[in-house]
Design a protein around this ligand. Structure first.
Ligand code: ME8
Length: 516
């Protein structure tokens, strides 16, 4: 087993159905998790639902449902979405789980032991939608029109609560950001957070007494933890915290918390402060990805443009949706999607450029050579050059995914695909069949080797189609090192491997009638 690699998504509020933003985050995290497994890392990948807090209480009440029952039912839709999108999570965590309550209690007790918790009266503004406290100076608008900086409604709250001495951590946090430039990524989010912390930190209210749907505060009847305290602790729960002997303990500190840009403050300010207080090592990177917009508009229920990710996957296919989202959006920036954009991108790149390359090559061999992989034939300089371009393309893919530059990685990969298409056009193996079968063999063999390498490289993005191509080729080894295995083809020929007639791995898409 390689070195541990722990990646998490945010845990979603199950107060509504999952939307494309949730799907985007899960898909990006999944592609990174699959990539790291392929690179030989010992991966732990966690996602799940954030079930406590006032928002859940209010939504359940509005539906006339007991909150625990409502949370459990709604959480199942998120798990179903993950399964429908082939998200390879190791654990789907729910914050109602007993081990999560235990981990949250343990973290709380450590912060208390550090002298960082005190009881006082909280009076201030709270946004239920964001589950966040705001300073008066952060609000926009006047009177009843006051809103949070995110534009959500705020209400005045006054109750006895526990406070966390966040103010004490201003300098330690600034030191942390200075010493670890990769703690917050991308750069723009890092600058935002640094500006916020430089502006001064107030102590944070970390318990609630006006409702009881949450993790009880140890030794303080009537208090439940502020939902963000327990929510953030989910990352530790998965590693068996506080038991240092737990089977998953080796995964802490986490390598990557992947979250959206709206919750960077919680992850890059509150979370490391809690951990510093509790004496727990800090995660290595918090990456705040951008928002996905429907045709450039923010999604909202009132705009009627909240699209069910399950419907999208059904309409276009899981691979197509995954490919589109990771390719189209420059990772870290906002992105836009529409049915037309999905169809155009997927048809041009996945179906025509890569899928067709594999389909043409493999079906030609199946039809004309009885499926037998040809011997190496008469090599030409162009063959070696193509393999070289494909090796570079796969290395670019690897580098992009290692650096969290996902769309750049896919672009590098595409250059390899385009090189193959150009090579086919120039070499025209179909016409060599009669005129120069020896050359035809060399061209087909070169293409098979290239297709195998490209399929391995793109597996984390499109596991089904790329996996099907590798199955067709009888290529069992799918880790990254296998990309450079130059002996594979000859071994396959020597073993007498025979290709079956292939079915297209990446079918062309049609624009659904209602979107046209
Ligand atoms: O924030 N595009 O839950 P959540 C891309 N429970 N990503 C989006 C998005 C969009 N349009 N809308 C939301 C919460 N997201 C908390 C997290 S973690 C300890 C607790 C992202 O259901 C959002 O940024 O509101 C977040 O990372 C995730 O979806 C869940 O959002």
């Amino acid at each position: 087993m390689g070195d541990p690699f722990y990646i998490s998504t945010a845990i979603s509020y199950p107060n509504g159905r999952p939307h494309i933003g949730h799907a985007y985050e899960a898909i990006a995290a999944d592609a990174i998790a699959r990539f790291q497994r392929q690179a030989g890392r010992d991966v732990y990948f966690q996602t799940g639902t954030d079930e406590h807090g006032l928002k859940m209480v209010q939504t359940a009440r509005a539906q006339g449902r007991p909150v625990a029952e409502y949370a459990a039912e709604m959480s199942s839709h998120f798990r179903t979405m993950c399964d429908a999108l082939s998200i390879s999570y190791d654990r789907f965590i729910q914050t109602t789980a007993p081990d999560h309550h235990a981990a949250s209690g343990a973290l709380w007790e450590r912060m208390a032991a550090a002298g960082d918790l005190y009881l006082d009266r909280y009076e201030g503004w709270y946004s239920v939608r964001d589950e966040a406290f705001y300073d008066e100076k952060e609000l926009v608008g006047q009177g009843d029109d006051r809103r949070s900086p995110q534009g959500t409604p705020v209400e005045w709250t006054a109750e006895e609560t526990w406070f966390f001495r966040l103010s004490k951590y201003q300098q330690p946090l600034l030191d942390l950001y200075a010493a670890n430039p990769d703690f917050i990524r991308p750069e723009s989010r890092r600058n935002e957070v640094m500006r916020f912390v430089e502006g001064g930190l107030s102590d944070l209210s970390v318990s609630r007494t006006s409702f009881d749907w949450g993790v009880p505060v140890p030794g303080s009847p009537g208090h439940v933890m502020y939902v963000w305290v327990d929510a953030l602790t989910n990352y530790l729960t998965g590693t068996g915290f506080p038991d240092p002997q737990a089977a998953n303990a080796r995964f802490w500190p986490a390598d990557l918390h992947l979250i959206g840009k709206d919750i960077v403050r919680f992850h890059a300010v509150y979370w490391p402060a809690f951990l510093l207080s509790a004496g727990v090592p800090l995660p290595k990177t918090v990456f705040g990805h951008g928002f996905l917009l429907s045709r450039g508009e923010k999604m909202s229920k009132s705009l009627g443009n909240v699209v069910d990710p399950g419907d999208l996957a059904q309409a276009f296919g899981v691979d197509a949706l995954r490919y589109f989202l990771l390719r189209e959006v420059s990772f870290g920036q906002d992105g836009s999607y529409s049915a037309e954009a999905i169809v155009t991108r997927v048809n041009a790149e996945l179906a025509n450029a890569f899928g067709n390359l594999a389909q043409r090559t493999l079906s030609f061999i199946a039809k004309n050579l009885g499926g037998a992989l040809p011997d190496r034939g008469r090599a030409d300089e162009a063959d070696g050059m193509l393999i070289e371009e494909v090796v570079v393309a796969c290395a670019g893919m690897k580098q992009g995914f290692g650096d969290l530059m996902l769309s750049h990685g896919i672009e590098a990969w595409l250059r390899g695909v385009y090189a193959c298409n150009q090579y086919i056009d120039v070499q025209a193996p179909w016409s060599l069949r009669k005129t120069d079968p020896d050359r035809m063999n060399a061209v087909l063999g070169t293409l098979v080797r290239a297709i195998r390498m490209l399929a391995i490289a793109i597996l984390p993005v499109v596991p089904h189609g790329a996996g099907a191509i590798l199955d067709q080729l009888g290529a069992d080894t799918r880790d990254h090192a296998a990309v450079d295995d130059d002996g594979w083809y000859d071994r396959q020929v020597a073993a007498g491997f025979t290709l079956a007639t292939p079915t297209p791995a990446f079918p062309r898409l049609e624009l659904p009638a209602e979107a046209a």
